[in-house]
Design a protein around this ligand. Structure first.
Ligand SMILES: NC(=O)c1ccc[n+]([C@@H]2O[C@H](COP(=O)([O-])OP(=O)(O)OC[C@H]3O[C@@H](n4cnc5c(N)ncnc54)[C@H](OP(=O)(O)O)[C@@H]3O)[C@@H](O)[C@H]2O)c1
Length: 240
């Protein structure tokens, strides 16, 4: 029986590339998404990967969503917490709602997914969890106290849960992407983006597939001795 993997936010952007990389690895993949039904439908038609809609920031919806995946495909052994949002703004203009929503989805989503899947992995003695953090969680970023705090929290969450999973064969790692050419980055105004690219030693934005290859390694059998680590994939922009 092939292992089952869930990729949150797995129907577009970096998550889409991760879903495909895990399928190539031989896993049965379920791609979660939040609301873009049209994109999810096109993704399933193109890839044959089933898409499941729920809000990872909603605890009960996440438990129910994972239960549905397990009923359809079997126990979940691999989780990639990739779903993420931005609600940027300098602190003196940031609303509490925009602070809370980013923490709820980006960081709360990791907790909710772990609650739904980690106990089963622990019981079965094998599991892989990869959390997608960010260079901006490592280095901070102007206008992103909410996002930087959530992503930095993900890095702490990873190291703590890695300690709990280690003796049960469950590894927990993070990837901290730099700037990747997805829709999230396309939303950054062009003059700001030019300045960002000028600071990337490799001289370009990254590609979603470059993140996906790192995730695939961390989710593979071969990575059993790697846990609690953060892999930076950022073109040399921040060496941490
Ligand atoms: N792009 C970058 O340069 C960059 C850099 C560092 C880190 N990251 C991180 O990498 C991850 C993916 O980024 P991306 O650029 O690929 O983002 P994206 O293109 O905006 O895609 C985000 C994905 O997350 C899903 N999503 C959003 N909120 C959700 C929720 N509450 N519940 C379930 N799914 C939800 C979206 O679903 P719908 O399609 O339904 O909206 C979509 O599939 C994020 O965690 C992001 O913070 C990105």
């Amino acid at each position: 029986m092939t292992r089952v993997a869930i990729v949150t936010g797995g129907t577009r952007g970096i998550g889409e590339a991760i879903s495909l990389a895990l399928k190539d690895l031989g896993y049965t993949v379920a791609a979660n998404y939040a609301g873009n039904d049209e994109k999810a439908k096109a993704f399933t038609e193109a890839t044959g990967i089933a898409a499941y809609k729920w809000d990872v920031g909603d605890h009960e919806a996440t438990l129910a969503g994972v239960a549905q995946v397990e009923a359809d495909l079997g126990p979940v052994d691999v989780v990639v917490n990739n779903a993420g949002i931005t609600r940027d703004g300098v602190l003196h203009r940031m609303t509490f709602e925009n602070w809370n929503e980013v923490i709820r989805v980006n960081l709360g989503g990791c907790f909710n997914m772990a609650k739904a899947t980690f106990p089963g992995m622990r019981e079965r003695g094998w599991g892989r969890i990869v959390n997608i953090g960010s260079i901006n969680g490592q280095a901070g970023q102007y206008g992103q106290v909410n996002y930087a705090a959530a992503k930095s929290g993900i890095h702490g969450f990873t190291k703590a849960l890695a300690q709990e999973g280690a003796k049960f064969g469950v590894t927990v790692n993070a990837i901290a992407p730099g700037y990747i050419d997805t829709e999230m980055v396309a939303a950054v105004p062009a003059p700001v983006l030019e300045k960002i690219v000028a600071k990337i030693p490799v001289g370009r934005l990254g590609h979603a597939e470059e993140i996906a290859r790192g995730v695939a390694f961390l989710c593979s059998e071969d990575a059993g001795f790697v846990t609690g680590s953060t892999m930076s994939i950022n073109g040399g922009q921040h060496m941490y």
